[in-house]
Design a protein around this ligand. Structure first.
Ligand SMILES: [Zn+2]
Length: 250
């Protein structure tokens, strides 16, 4: 690729760019981010954008880089923007026929709107942009959001100098896992091999050696919480980040 073409490929057209949907697929079904210089595989919060008549499939990090920040294009046109998990059928469309997938979303939205206007004309669904208000720390759930975590075990959070954050949690089979928190694009390629293989269902590394993993993280970390229950750790993160919660990934 010559310099001129490279420049063109990287050029964005914000004027025409429209965020259509934010979707997710299983880790095992992850797809390539469409940002020319990226090459990461992505599976959570995949951003589908129409730019200059073309559909782009971008990881959340590249979306934010390409358009300035993660809200640069406003709310997603279809869906609530929560990164809903695609069905098998939809996932195939995302890969092979994104236009058809978007047409399906369009049709769904039409049906939903028709149903709403019939049932409760004055009672529109809440705007997701208004419901994401920050909760006070005390409102963090007592337990982790993950069903695979062994009850009554502790978690710990480490914030690295590169901006990423990681949570160590214990699985019901006593295996320790390390998860990106929040999830960011390329997390599965961000740490050296000592962190072990990825468990796609849990979305983290299966740690072969917890002590070695923590030693490495501490050599790279800015700060860490005390080990504790989910609510306590979340509360400590919130107070350490002084209102900037949830933190932005790199
Ligand atoms: Zn990317």
């Amino acid at each position: 690729m010559n310099a001129e073409t490279a420049k063109h490929a990287l050029g964005t057209d914000r004027a025409t760019a429209q965020l259509l949907a934010i979707v997710s697929v299983a880790y095992a079904d992850r797809v390539r981010c469409g940002q020319p210089t990226c090459g990461h595989s992505v599976y959570r919060r995949i951003h589908v954008v129409r730019e200059n008549e073309k559909l782009l499939v971008l990881g959340s990090t590249c979306f934010a880089k390409r358009y300035g920040n993660d809200r640069a294009l406003g709310a997603a046109h279809f869906g609530s923007g929560d990164g809903r998990v695609l069905t098998d059928e939809e996932r195939k469309l995302l890969l092979n026929n994104t236009e058809t997938l978007i047409a399906q979303f369009e049709e769904e939205a039409r049906l939903v709107q028709a149903a709403h206007s019939k049932l409760a004309p004055a009672n529109l669904p809440p705007n997701p942009a208004n419901t994401s208000a920050r909760l006070p720390a005390a409102h963090f759930p007592q337990e982790t959001p993950w069903a695979w975590v062994k009850p009554l075990t502790s978690v710990i959070y480490l914030k690295l100098k590169d901006g990423s954050g990681w949570i160590r949690a214990q699985r019901k089979d006593d295996q320790h896992l390390l998860l990106p928190w929040p999830v960011f694009e390329g997390w599965d390629e961000a740490l050296p091999p000592l962190f072990g293989p990825i468990d796609g269902e849990c979305g983290g590394h299966i740690l072969p050696d917890v002590a070695a993993a923590l030693r490495y993280l501490r050599s790279q970390s800015e700060w860490e919480t005390k080990p504790g229950r989910w609510r306590d750790v979340m509360t400590e993160i919130a107070s350490n980040t002084r209102g900037a919660w949830p933190p932005r990934p790199r």
